[in-house]
Write a protein that binds this ligand. Structure first.
Ligand code: ASP
Length: 432
């Protein structure tokens, strides 16, 4: 197969697998002070990987801001904004609640913590932090200083500012129209930059995977954590590749296979960089150019989803809570289960989609239901791989909800959705 025919997704997949294999091979040689560690793992792989992630991160704030302003400004009536937001938030919360309920139920059947192969850790190794209250999150959504919000990458604040700016722009008459043309151009240019970056993605993904696998030891997975790991992993796969297509079909009658096929490249991205936030540029590109969602919906629901929708993370929290409770021999009551569902769903609202944030949210959940937070130490060793997988699930949920909302609002171009070739990287017209 020629390199051109292989397509970008194929090349990224090859980069991922090759990186993982090389990492596993290097793993035994990757000891402290070794040349392998110095030159490859902490040298070449680190530099290439970091370059790649940082350049994606670089695009997130400008892309979210400009595309959301343009998107809001093009919505004809402000009422549609409220409706759109209501649908998106409702669906995001509903899918998260389904995910965690499923996780709690399955974990109770599988009983991953009953194998007795693990010692309870008695030293606190994990700092829980304070769970922000729902009201605090709500108040904090309005930025005191939008430049600060952008500098810090506070997604909810950026979204609020961009929405208000977009509405004002639509109401401002001539000045608004003039600025809209400029913003649309900036938006196109940033999307072009995303495209350019995608061409180096196979190398970036390769380096990231090689580093992760060179660092990961398999030993820990086998020491009694296998059941925990397997339960979370299979539930993630089920939620991402069975549950979402079912919800999509039930709510829209669209072809779910087409959805999964077009999401594949996007999932590999999310998997290798473990961050829904850093994946926003790629997710936006996929839903707009590959799935046919109009910018007025995608620019709002995708960044919102990256911040408030973390079904994969919720699944991990559900299983981990039951796992830790079982290790410590604590029986959870029905009220505690409900509290886990509530806290995990709400905790996802205020936390950004970045690597490892799921563990911090888990600490909040454990604290809330009175379970020992230091139990997290038990699962730290296998969390990296699960973090990668749940990030792929998280962004799939964002794209699924975006597609459902777009379809219900008449903002989905089904000709694009059903065209397997739409928006492919080597089709120059749709690249812009
Ligand atoms: N890394 C995940 C994400 O960005 C969050 C987590 O589960 O840690 O979506």
């Amino acid at each position: 197969m020629s390199a051109k025919k292989l397509g970008l997704t194929g090349k990224i997949l090859i980069g991922m697998v090759a990186g993982a294999i090389l990492g596993v091979i290097l793993n035994p040689l990757n000891v402290d002070g070794s040349t392998v560690q110095f030159v490859f793992v902490d040298g070449i792989f680190r530099v290439l990987g970091e370059f790649f992630i940082t350049s994606l991160m670089m695009l997130v704030v400008p892309l979210v801001f400009f595309s959301l302003v343009v998107g809001t400004c093009s919505l004809s009536d402000p009422a549609s904004l409220g409706r759109l937001g209501g649908k998106a938030v409702g669906l995001y919360l509903m899918t998260t609640a389904i995910a965690i309920t499923l996780a709690l139920a399955v974990a109770n059947i599988v009983k991953p913590g009953r194998s007795g192969a693990l010692e309870r850790p008695n030293v606190g190794e994990f700092d829980a932090g304070e769970a922000p209250s729902f009201l605090d999150v709500l108040i904090d959504m309005v930025p005191r200083n939008p430049i600060d919000a952008m500098a810090e990458g506070n997604m909810l604040q950026i979204i609020v500012f961009a929405l208000l700016f977009g509405i004002a722009m639509a109401l401002a008459g001539k000045p608004g129209e003039r600025l809209k043309v400029v913003f649309e151009d900036v938006n196109e240019i940033i999307m072009k930059l995303v495209m350019l970056l995608m061409h180096v993605a196979p190398y970036g993904v390769f380096a990231l995977m090689a580093r992760v696998f060179a660092d990961l030891g398999w030993g820990e997975v086998l020491q009694g954590l296998l059941l925990y790991f397997g339960t979370v992993f299979l539930l993630l796969v089920f939620h991402g590749w069975v549950m979402y297509p079912l919800i999509l079909t039930a709510l829209t009658r669209l072809n779910p296979r087409m959805f999964l096929k077009k999401m594949a490249g996007n999932q590999v991205f999310a998997f290798s960089i473990s961050s829904s936030n850093a994946t926003i540029p790629v997710t936006l590109r996929t839903v707009k150019q590959r799935l046919g969602v109009d910018n007025s919906v995608a620019s709002f629901t995708v960044p919102l989803g990256a911040t408030i929708n973390m079904d994969g993370t919720a699944i991990m929290q559900g299983v981990a809570t039951v796992f830790i409770a079982q290790i410590y021999g604590i029986e959870l009551t029905m009220a505690q289960y409900l509290m886990v569902i509530g806290t995990a769903t709400l905790a996802s609202i205020g936390t950004a989609g970045v690597p490892g944030v799921g563990l911090i949210m888990l600490a909040m959940v454990l604290q809330q239901v009175g379970l020992p937070v230091e139990g997290i130490a038990l699962i730290l060793g296998v969390d990296r791989l699960l973090d990668m997988t749940r990030t792929a699930v998280n962004i799939t949920g964002d794209a699924m909800v975006t597609t459902v909302v777009a379809k219900s609002e008449g903002k989905l171009d089904e000709a694009i959705y059903n065209d397997p070739e739409a928006g492919l990287a080597n089709r120059s017209r749709s690249d812009t």
